[in-house]
Design a protein around this ligand. Structure first.
Ligand code: ADP
Ligand code: ADP
Ligand code: ZN
Ligand code: ZN
Length: 842
């Protein structure tokens, strides 16, 4: 580290100095980032916050960290490329907590990912009462902790008590039937005969016809099953032959295509066997999905979903086994554990208190982060991204690092205002241990707590990329250049749209939903006003997702398709709703072939417009030739992806812009075909050139094409005018992806459409939120009903109607606490959300 020489250990650098940062849109930025403080980076979406935080600070911090490792280790890790920056001084080793942590595997649970399960296993192995091989129960003894074998006083056997490893479901303690996943896949007999009114000859047994076993009806007839009566009329014995009959050979005659008969021997494949064999043979995704319709994932009957072998479940602490302990929520576990030591022989208590203290300390952080309602055995794959990110954060604090730079991307995602204090507490813990924290966030509640702010802007993309203001909250509040300052001081107005009044709320109709209990959510009855903007609020785990995404949406979809409602939905009444649209923040497209131009539908119109030019007609080119995916004008070297893979020895492949087309995706010939600019027939632009322009620049060039104009304008209205047309959509941030999806909807008539947005404020500056509210207003003006699941107080305050869930998370929640206008809510003493809303509005 340059500049470090000559300093004493007692005189560490106080700040990171960044000079000449040019990553992405950053315009040669110089900035000072204080160390060992809570530093927040603010700015509108696309202004360059992540480019600074992740692209410069984290990239340099992690690269230096990797350089310090041995050559051997280094080669085996993905080498971060050097960031485009003149110099970065005093940057410590950096760790990043990503906004969207990866999808966890089937053996990951809340308990494993928080390491709480390790502590709990230790507790069971050391403090538990075990069974001897003859089934006699042994009282807990200090000998186990000392690593000694036990002798059973009843039968005299000497045995090894189970170690922590023998209690692990991803190791020796796994249930043998499900190998520790808690689920087994079984053939679903009901699905094998989807229409029991049919006869076997008519194809009643679906897997036979689907997997090419067309002679099975004849074989089963030889086994004595009538094939010309409806399946429902078969006797139990006959159905048993269809489902489970033995694989016996039968002699049948088969008629070939030219009408001749053959005598052949066939081995009987019962319906289940047909599916199992198909499952074993399936190699492709499509093949698997064909088989999957006959298969049902079921809770493992051997371990009842606990993932643990019978042996692992035999050890008891305080009368319960490990499976029962992990079924407890964190809140229940912290209430249960403290008294455990007192029940043990006195010589064991110090050790017991030690283990319990470790358990409680780990649990405390997670509870502070608002996760106390989660049970340890909850599969990680069912946790929300916000919950997973907070698990990561708690683990980082637990590891007690020092001198590390933590770079966090919007840690307030999914956090109710009442949990933000817990989040800030964890940040303070990181700082107290001697670390530094840089976070990108929009939540005003979080920003106000920062020791230092760096504001990037003023606009997005090329209109951003400079440092607008730096300083503490008070300084930014007074700085005329700062865009966020007014929101920090409360000078900026909160209400930006005309909200519906209470008496007229249901004038356009309502969606009525009535549910039965699911997870921890009780049976509920709820009315959602049609044609309005409704916010569903409540602390994490209170039941918002269960009510909207797991009940309302599947119910409406089932109703639209004429299917039965999901079991946990008692009734839904929404005749006026004909289309449901969930606009989430998941990435658009998985490969580089999806771009802003293709996703928004603009490229199709542009291809036709280019094919209609004189230049194209002279060369006989059609719209199809202008496709970079399949057209004759695509770059042959990169096949229209704009990238080529570089195979570097010892290093993972790196993608670089295609040297043949410079990343434009088109062959040189495409550059010759110019489309005259509107109002200036002598000037023109080629399609590859056009795709390199931003949306805002492009509308000047091709705004004369009506449909293109409408679509580009919708992108601009959503604050996406800074995106370039040829930009890969998978690289867009979650918020950008969500708004791009919304933009494609803006131009349609929306009457009868229900839009559901899960936390649309993610990644949005208060100014971006105003833009989003305008868009939602337009959807409403076009007849749409909009539901947002939200924590952002600006969004909630501007909604017409609020449904507040809670009061707590998990078993402490699951009810509707209050409904009404935001003003109703802010006056409701029972609503925690209302309390925060009241502060925010006044
Ligand atoms: P913010 O974090 O403020 O939302 P970003 O730093 O993500 O903004 O983006 C700033 C600009 O850089 C935007 O115009 C964005 O489209 C562009 N950008 C971001 N990531 C990349 C990338 N991997 N390659 C090229 N441009 C990028
Ligand atoms: P919110 O969206 O308000 O955060 P959720 O509807 O996701 O709340 O969760 C409500 C309750 O249901 C929580 O206690 C949560 O742990 C539980 N829960 C949610 N999904 C599942 C699931 N797939 N399996 C078990 N419990 C679940
Ligand atoms: Zn099992
Ligand atoms: Zn190319």
């Amino acid at each position: 580290v340059r500049g470090a020489r000559g300093r004493g250990a007692a005189d560490p650098p106080l700040s990171i100095q960044v000079h000449g940062a040019k990553v992405h849109n950053l315009k040669n930025v110089d900035v000072t980032v204080p160390l060992r403080q809570l530093v927040a980076v603010a700015g509108v979406s696309g202004s360059g916050k992540s480019s600074l935080a992740m692209g410069v600070l984290y990239a340099e911090g992690s690269r230096r960290y990797i350089e310090a490792l041995s050559t051997y280790t280094r080669r085996r890790m993905a080498q971060a490329p050097r960031a485009s920056v003149d110099s970065v001084e005093h940057v410590p080793a950096a760790l990043a907590l990503r906004q969207r942590p990866g999808v966890p595997g089937v053996r990951s649970t809340f308990g494993t990912s928080t390491e709480l399960l390790n502590v709990l296993r230790l507790l069971f192995s050391r403090l538990g009462s075990h069974l001897c091989p003859n089934g006699h129960r042994q009282d807990p003894t200090i000998d186990v902790a000392a690593g000694l074998d036990l002798t059973c006083p009843v039968c005299g056997v000497t045995f090894y008590p189970p170690g922590a490893e023998s209690l692990a479901f991803n190791s020796d303690g796994a249930c043998p039937q499900c190998t520790g996943t808690g689920m087994v896949r079984e053939v679903d007999e009901a699905a094998l005969v989807p229409d029991p009114q049919r006869t076997i000859a008519e194809g009643a047994v679906a897997p036979w016809s689907m997997f090419g076993l067309t002679v099975m009806p004849q074989v089963v007839a030889e086994l004595g099953v009538p094939t010309d009566v409806p399946y429902t009329d078969l006797t139990a014995h006959e159905r048993d032959i269809v489902m489970h009959g033995p694989a016996e050979q039968r002699h049948i005659s088969v008629r070939s295509k030219n009408g001749k008969f053959f005598e052949l021997d066939f081995t009987y494949r019962n319906a289940r066997l047909a599916v199992e064999e198909a499952l074993n043979k399936a190699t492709t995704e499509r093949g698997l999905s064909r088989v999957n319709r006959f298969i049902r994932a079921q809770v493992c009957p051997a371990c009842h979903g606990t993932r643990l072998s019978e042996q692992a479940r035999a050890t008891l602490v305080d009368g319960i086994n490990l499976a029962e302990a992990t079924a407890k929520t964190l809140d229940e576990l912290t209430a249960w554990a403290p008294a455990l030591a007192d029940a043990l022989p006195s010589e064991m208590r110090p050790m017991a208190r030690n283990v319990v203290a470790t358990l409680l300390e780990t649990a405390r952080r997670l509870v502070e982060l608002g996760l106390g309602y989660l049970a340890l055995d909850r599969a990680s794959s069912t946790l929300s991204t916000g919950e997973r990110q907070r698990v990561q954060l708690a683990r980082a604090v637990r590891n007690q690092t020092t001198g590390v730079l933590y770079v966090l991307d919007e840690p307030s995602i999914g956090l109710h205002p009442s949990n933000v204090d817990g989040l800030l507490g964890v940040m303070r813990d990181l700082l107290r241990d001697g670390n530094s924290v840089v976070l990108v966030d929009h939540d005003v509640q979080v920003l106000r707590e920062a020791d230092w702010l760096i504001e990037i802007g003023p606009g997005s993309g090329t209109e951003g990329g400079t440092v607008l203001a730096t300083g503490d909250v008070a300084t930014l509040g007074k700085d005329p250049d700062s865009l966020i300052g007014g929101f920090l001081t409360g000078r900026e107005p909160v209400l930006v749209r005309q909200r519906a009044v209470r008496d007229k709320m249901f004038d356009q109709g309502r969606i009525h939903l009535s549910t039965r209990p699911l997870h921890t959510v009780r049976a509920l009855d709820v009315d959602i006003p049609r044609g309005r903007l409704t916010a569903v609020t409540g602390v994490s785990g209170s039941g918002k997702t269960t009510l909207i995404l797991e009940s309302l949406i599947p119910a409406l979809q089932a109703q639209a398709a004429g299917r039965a409602l999901p079991g946990h939905v008692a009734a839904v009444d929404a005749q006026v709703i004909t289309r449901v649209n969930t606009v989430d923040a998941t990435p658009i497209g998985v490969n580089v072939r999806s771009t802003v131009a293709t996703y928004s539908g603009i490229l199709d119109d542009l291809r036709r417009a280019y094919a209609a030019t004189d230049a194209a007609e002279q060369r006989g080119l059609t719209a199809a030739d202008f496709s970079y995916n399949t057209g004759s004008l695509r770059c042959p070297r990169c096949e229209g992806t704009g990238q080529v893979s570089l195979d570097v020895q010892f290093l993972p492949d790196v993608d670089i812009p295609c040297p043949a087309c410079d990343g434009t995706r088109y062959a040189p010939a495409a550059a010759d075909i110019l489309r005259p600019a509107p109002g200036n027939p002598d000037d023109g632009i080629s399609l590859p050139e056009l795709l390199a322009l931003t949306v805002r620049q492009a509308i000047e060039q091709v705004g004369d094409i009506r449909r293109v104009h409408t679509r580009l304008q919708a992108l601009i209205d959503l604050g996406l005018g800074y995106l370039t047309l040829g930009e890969d959509t998978p690289a867009l941030s979650g918020g950008e992806a969500q708004r791009l999806k919304l933009a494609t909807e803006l131009t349609r008539n929306q009457s009868g459409t229900l839009f559901v947005l899960d936390e649309p404020s993610v990644g949005l500056h208060p100014l971006d939120i105003r833009t989003l509210l305008e868009v939602l207003q337009r959807l409403g003006d076009n007849g749409a009903t909009v539901i947002v699941i939200e924590h952002d107080l600006d969004m909630i305050a501007n909604a017409d109607y609020v449904i507040d869930m809670g009061p707590g998370g998990g078993t402490a929640g699951g009810t509707i606490v209050a409904t009404g206008t935001p003003d109703d809510l802010s006056r409701d003493p029972h609503s925690v959300t209302g309390r925060y809303l009241s502060h925010h509005l006044h």
